[in-house]
Design a protein around this ligand. Sequence first.
Ligand code: CAA
Length: 259
Amino acid sequence: MSFETINVEINEGIATITLNRPEVLNALNSHVFNELAEAAIRLGGDDTVKVVLITGGPKVFAAGADIKQMVEMTAVDMVLTDKPSHRAFHLLENMPKPVIAVIAGYALGGGLELALTADFRIAADNAQLGLPEIKLGILPGAGGTQRLPRLIGAGLAKELIFTGDFIDAREAYRIGLVNKVVPVDELFTEAEKLAGKLARRGAVALRLAKSAVNEGLRMDLEAGIRYEHQCFSLLFATEDQKEGMRAFIEKRTPQFKGR
Ligand code: CAA
């Protein structure tokens, strides 16, 4: 896959999307959003891809939306140009396979909002996370005011959004914003280890488990439980369910086929 502002590599079922605008700390402009959307569509539809990693590389995740692109924009421009970020983030969040954000250095503003679309976040011990938009006279406009409170609760989310302060990786772990903190030189090994583990799980079960959680968060509890039951029941139509349960009984490792 050939892009200009991102690189995409696929290795043994694990796709890695790497933001590639180092000269501006991977700031996200409309071109990046459009390429992220295209990558999400292609990787989401590629059955050979089991897990997707999103990263900015070993130095910086992303320092937010591109301020230089936004500075002279009008409200009408924003109504129109907001769409690429919303579309890209919606596609990434709803990819039918696990997505892991792999964060080194700054994950700020739209960069953190990108990481919030992933299922998990692994951070290097040098990571700095925050939503500094308030210091620019705006607010997080790529899902931050919605996804962050759903993840860490309204009180902590408001603190980050209203102050614009950065927090380090340990604090992000403490408040549940990241799943794991590792030394920076082990970041990619740890992410690949987790991705490899997920790649060995049944792809249909993973897809429906992700859907049950994501869709369930948009429903009341009773509707969510009903939706979970539909997903659960459907899995009994898969070869993987038979294989998983038989392997348990036969005391062997299951070989899932993703069907
Ligand atoms: N947009 C455009 N350019 C950016 C950028 C951004 N978000 N962040 C950094 N850059 C550019 C800088 O302008 C600089 O370019 P020049 O060399 O041409 O001046 C280059 O990247 C390196 O940055 P710094 O010299 O500032 O690096 P630093 O190490 O001194 O500071 C930083 C790093 C603390 C991350 C600082 O760059 C910073 O505060 N960046 C902006 C963070 C921010 O406010 N993000 C929110 C953006 S708005 C948003 O995301 C809206 C939304 O909700 C969608």
